[in-house]
Design a protein around this ligand. Structure first.
Ligand SMILES: [Fe+2]
Length: 158
């Protein structure tokens, strides 16, 4: 983790949500494609919505309404991520991106991780569901900031 990343991670753990949101938004890089940049911002807004719901859940016993919101965010997240990965993969294929198979493998692992939260949701396992924020953090830092950036100079030709 570099200094900026660990600062934002710390903010997610102990800081206030507003500061965290501003810092994370500012840390999302331009990956060289308008469509993909917009997708990343869309995913980010679901992350924030999930985080708001979970903050509430932590302070009281979750009711049916809370679970409905978490389920909605999770399904939206899975759906958008799937569509985003598909778009990105097609673009990488079109521009003959050199790291395609490694990149695809990361997408695959990430989607399986997201889908794994459906079980936790069914069990209403709050502790387990809270781990989703670490996966999302990893998506924006390790994946978008490192893996996606590898195609930045090529993707405009897709
Ligand atoms: Fe990607």
């Amino acid at each position: 983790m570099n200094e900026n990343e660990s600062d934002i991670f710390q903010e997610m753990q102990t800081g206030d949500i507003k500061t965290f949101r501003a810092k994370l938004t500012a840390a999302i890089p331009d990956v060289g494609s308008k469509v993909l940049n917009e997708d990343h911002m869309g995913l980010l807004s679901i992350f924030f919505s999930f985080q708001r719901t979970m903050e509430g859940v932590r302070q009281r016993t979750p009711d049916a309404n809370d679970w409905e919101k978490v389920a909605f965010d999770l399904e939206t997240l899975i759906d958008l991520t799937e569509r985003h990965f598909r778009t990105e993969e097609e673009m990488m294929e079109r521009c003959n991106h050199g790291y395609l198979s490694a990149h695809l493998a990361e997408h695959h692992v990430f989607l399986r991780k997201l889908e794994g939260y459906r079980d936790a949701l069914e069990r209403k396992d709050t502790k387990e569901i809270l781990k989703l924020k670490y996966d999302l953090f990893e998506l924006f830092f390790d994946h978008v900031n490192i893996t996606d950036m590898k195609f930045k100079d090529e993707i405009g030709r897709a």
